[in-house]
Design a protein around this ligand. Structure first.
Ligand SMILES: *Cc1c(COP(=O)(O)O)cnc(C)c1O
Length: 396
């Protein structure tokens, strides 16, 4: 008999009843150190007092009004994001997938309104993840996500993950008078914490500028302070035309956004897009508090420092457990451990040691702790990861 919850997840037999900072308490009374943070969602940890306050204050006022009215909480968050980024304008969604859908629509609409309606093709990259809608799976293109769901939305070309000049030459060659946009995660999350070198992001910006192609960054996972800058692309000194944001921006409340320049958004006039819940007062009240806290330069400097501290510990973990771990990768607190065994086995060993991690592609174990994880919890994380590795070695 089919489970009453549609069985699309291979769920661990763990259920949590209470969270606090980087810790989760399970039903059976065991405490787990959370290095997954809901896959980079609980950016400020669990039950952050300022976020609980922002949510409950708003909950006592008004939960939902239609987007046919002015929503002050939404206006406030949009103003904050515009002040902190390349963007001139913001549309709020409830998820990363919805942000991907709008990014695609906005890019196509731009060329349509700009007198080049034939420019509809979007270049995306192997190993990408942009969500689970029919459009987002077509954008990512992986066999695992698209199998059986055809016909897929047409208009996507998939190229090799760019790391070299040769890869850039291939991208240049793939851009035609039909090309609408290049869409890329500055750091792939699901793809295995694969960082696009700064030079490559710069090169993409140049290619797009030279050809009138829009550049779309998917910062759903790598954005919102994860790398020690508010957005990961800031390290490369380039900006996109359109950017997708979600996960961390709500700190655990469902919230996403598409940020864009005025020019890229030129087609998005009254009636061209909408959402019932997107930008609701609850989500935006929480999102504004999250954004206020994370965008503080002192907070971001701490993320970078904690990231370096954690990374250093992980390097010695790799040195101590060469049969389990191969190398460390990532930026800030978006870290990956390349594994020898299947990462799912390491995740499982972590459960035994009371530490929560997330598997990714490319045989990588993801570590995406709360951005405000205390140093003592980083030390404890390293101890527990060491225990997990030891248990795997003993079982081998
Ligand atoms: C998680 C993720 C998405 C999809 O976000 P949802 O909120 O699950 O719809 C899109 N892009 C990236 C890079 C992600 O990590």
């Amino acid at each position: 008999m089919i489970p009453t919850v549609l069985p699309t997840y291979n769920r661990a037999p763990l259920a949590f009843v209470q969270g606090s900072g980087s810790w989760l308490l399970a039903e059976d009374g065991r405490r787990y150190l959370d290095l997954g943070a809901g896959i980079a969602v609980n950016a400020l940890g669990h039950a952050h007092p300022a976020l609980v306050q922002a949510l409950t204050d708003q909950a006592a006022k008004v939960w939902h009004v239609s987007n046919v009215y002015t929503i002050p909480e939404q206006q406030r968050l949009a103003d904050l994001l515009v002040a902190e980024t390349f963007a001139d304008t913001v549309f709020f969604t409830n998820s990363g997938t919805e942000a991907a859908e709008l990014a695609i629509k906005m890019a196509r609409k731009f060329h349509n309104e700009n007198g080049q309606p034939g420019r509809t093709q979007i270049i995306a990259f192997e190993g990408a993840f942009h969500g689970r809608s029919t459009g987002a799976i077509a954008a990512a293109g992986s066999e695992k996500m698209v199998k059986g769901y055809g016909p897929l939305m047409p208009g996507f070309t998939h190229l090799k993950w760019p790391t070299s000049d040769a890869d850039h030459a291939a991208i240049r060659a793939a851009i035609t008078d039909q090309t609408c946009a290049v869409m890329i995660e500055p750091i792939q999350g699901e793809g295995g914490i694969r960082v696009v070198p700064d030079q490559c992001l710069k090169g993409l910006r140049d290619l797009c500028d030279a050809t009138g192609t829009l550049l779309i960054f998917d910062e759903v996972q790598c954005g919102m302070g994860r790398t020690g800058r508010l957005f990961a692309h800031e390290w490369a000194g380039v900006t996109p035309d359109i950017m997708m944001v979600a996960k961390g921006i709500g700190g655990g409340f469902p919230l996403g956004a598409v940020l864009a320049t005025e020019r890229a958004a030129l087609g998005m006039t009254v009636g061209t897009h909408g959402s019932t819940y997107g930008g609701n007062p609850l989500g935006c009240a929480v999102g504004a508090k999250v954004t206020e806290i994370i965008s503080d330069p002192a907070f971001l400097a701490e993320v970078a420092r904690k990231g370096a501290l954690f990374r250093q510990g992980l390097e010695s973990l790799v040195a101590r457990h060469p049969q389990v771990f191969e190398s460390v990768r990532g930026e800030g607190l978006m870290l990956g451990l390349k594994c020898k065994p299947a990462p799912a086995d390491v995740v499982k060993a972590g459960y035994g040691a009371g530490v929560l991690t997330v598997a990714a592609a490319d045989n990588v174990l993801r570590l995406l702790p709360a951005l405000n994880i205390p140093d003592a919890d980083i030390a404890e994380a390293l101890t527990r990861l060491d225990q997990a590795a030891t248990s795997l070695e003993q079982a081998a």
